[in-house]
Write a protein that binds this ligand. Structure first.
Ligand SMILES: Cc1cc2nc3c(=O)[nH]c(=O)nc-3n(C[C@H](O)[C@H](O)[C@H](O)COP(=O)(O)O)c2cc1C
Length: 170
């Protein structure tokens, strides 16, 4: 049996009490319902215990696409997510990546900065637009919703990721 292409939905926060896992799970549920051709799985950075200084280690470089689920921390995305990005180099190039970003006021600043790095330094195929979520608006009810404006935005990202993977494999 041929295995499906893998896309990781990366939880970009690791603090105690984080909202990230619930938002990532919600994103994955929508993605899994939308696509039968791609295997969407959660990747929790807390499981890696990333050291600060390391050589290039191609962990997870085999995935064919990514969705980064990231909060705003002090005007940017969390350091643990940058640490993860710095682990890989050529493995990122040309792969499709979506961004789901959140904070109490919306995730715009994390998304803008992350997008720049992914595009200009890592040569990724960044899917626009990112999903920007205000936690006050969405918590906790909408995590269970699979229909609505936010779900439509996730679906748009999923469709573009699947198209990009298909185009790369033919
Ligand atoms: C260290 C830290 C810094 C934060 N800085 C900002 C910020 O600059 N702007 C903002 O809108 N929210 C900020 N927040 C609020 C977070 O976006 C919000 O708490 C979110 O739930 C954090 O994601 P997490 O729960 O997955 O860790 C900050 C939260 C933390 C923990």
């Amino acid at each position: 049996m041929v295995s499906k292409p893998l896309v990781y939905i990366v939880i970009g926060s690791t603090r105690v009490g984080r909202a990230g896992p619930a938002i990532a799970q919600w994103t994955r549920d929508i993605a899994a319902a939308r696509s039968s051709t791609v295997d969407f799985r959660i990747l929790d950075l807390i499981d890696f215990n990333l050291p600060l200084h390391s050589p290039h280690i191609p962990i997870t470089g085999y995935a064919q696409g990514f969705v980064f689920v990231t909060p705003i921390y002090n005007g940017s995305y969390p350091g643990v997510l940058k640490l993860y990005l710095d682990y890989l180099k050529k493995e990122w190039a040309r792969k499709p990546v979506g961004i789901v970003s959140y904070s109490h006021r919306g995730g715009d600043r994390a998304a803008v900065q992350l997008k720049n790095i992914l595009r200009s330094s890592l040569q990724m195929n960044v899917i626009d637009p990112p999903v920007l979520m205000k936690l006050d608006d969405v918590f906790p009810i909408r995590y269970a919703e699979t229909e609505g404006p936010l779900s439509d935005q996730i679906n748009a990202i999923v469709d573009k990721i699947c198209q990009s993977i298909e185009a790369r494999t033919v």
